[in-house]
Design a protein around this ligand. Structure first.
Ligand code: 13P
Ligand code: SF4
Length: 336
């Protein structure tokens, strides 16, 4: 989110004493949230990585592409984004006349943070003839420097839509970028960014799990490092991984992505076994600390008070949105 927008949203929260509000612990939050949805014509969009109770109360749970498509097409008056900054910001760009709220303004993204726009601008100057493809996990400022956005679901299609003789800079995820180089055979210039969650998986512990469960399929998100992707039976976006577990004949899966996705996997295939891939330390670091900032209490408060609201300047919306529109166009033509 542009620094000015965060400052404005914070000021608004402080002025209204929002951060001091407490939730009555006797409230039935599911009931209250359902009431607020109707009262305010609100829609809750949730990413697969948020907690199960939030996924269960959401109107739509999906990956970054599906969430963007929903944000663009909804006729709700208010979009409540149970996810992180860049997702809520993207929703605001796609539906600028709607109220977009993010239950916790501090829900950022280590990957988006790994590519500050002013540094990237200098980097880009070294490759004046290159097109810039940015993963949607980036700030609005970076989107303003981007030709076409992508998500992990459509990244291969986006790269392949660019003529072969045109150079491409890919930002900010070096792991997804390296995987795209292999998949498309294109020589991408990579920004050196990464996601803190997907870089934490332990190769050694995964191997031990594979020895203990020889029948299990290892499935991984392309934000993981190459040594994990090289040994995976399937690599895909969150929705791709979910679909694979439903369609595969296997009944055990070692899942190398944020553990929140296991909720939908278990709901869709209740007879199958899902083992979260272990991190290389003893804490639960394959939980995204940003996604996990979303709680039922914050969701309820954000709907009730319509805060924290995402504000973006008109020029940020116009310039930032162009690369998302191109992505949505290419995705629609590819039937994604
Ligand atoms: P997708 O759900 O689009 O695969 O993205 C994963 C992710 O890291 C979102 O932050
Ligand atoms: Fe960002 Fe990684 Fe969390 Fe996704 S899982 S929001 S990429 S830090």
């Amino acid at each position: 989110m542009p620094i000015a927008s965060i400052a404005k949203a914070k000021e608004e929260l402080n002025k209204k004493g929002y951060l001091d509000l407490e939730v009555d612990p006797t409230l039935d939050l599911v009931e209250e949230i359902e009431k607020l949805k109707k009262e305010k014509n609100a829609i809750i969009l949730a990413h697969y990585y948020v907690d199960a109770d939030i996924q269960d109360v959401a109107d739509y749970v999906g990956d970054s592409l599906g969430l963007s498509q929903m944000a663009e097409s909804t006729d709700a008056d208010m979009i409540v984004f149970a996810g992180v900054h860049f997702m809520a910001e993207t929703a605001k760009m796609l539906s600028p006349t709607k109220t977009v709220v993010l239950p916790d303004l501090k829900a950022g993204c280590s990957l988006a943070d790994s590519c500050p726009a002013p540094l990237f601008k200098k980097f880009k100057e070294k490759y004046p003839d290159h097109k810039v493809v940015s993963y949607i996990n980036c700030t609005a400022d970076l989107k303003m420097l981007t030709d076409i956005c992508c998500t992990s679901t459509n990244a291969v299609h986006i790269i392949e839509s660019i003529p072969k003789d045109t150079g491409i800079i890919f930002a900010p995820d070096k792991n997804l970028g390296a995987w795209l180089k292999k998949k498309t055979g294109r020589d991408l210039v990579l920004w050196n960014g990464a996601c803190m969650v997907h870089e934490i998986f332990s190769n050694e512990k995964i191997t031990k799990l594979q020895v203990r469960h020889p029948e299990a399929k290892l499935i991984a998100h392309p934000e993981c490092e190459a040594h994990i992707l090289d040994k995976a039976d399937f690599v895909g976006s969150t929705s791709g991984l979910l679909r694979f577990t439903q369609e595969s004949d296997a009944d055990t899966f070692i899942v190398a992505t944020e553990a929140g996705i296991l909720h939908q996997m278990e709901l869709k295939s209740p007879d199958k076994t899902f083992i979260p891939a272990p991190p290389n330390n003893t804490c639960a670091c394959n939980d995204c600390p940003h996604m996990k900032r979303n709680t039922m209490e914050k969701l309820y408060l954000s709907m009730k008070h319509e805060l924290p609201e995402i504000h973006l300047e008109p020029d940020v919306i116009e310039k930032g949105r162009a690369c998302i529109d191109k992505m949505l166009d290419i995705s629609a033509k590819a039937g994604l």
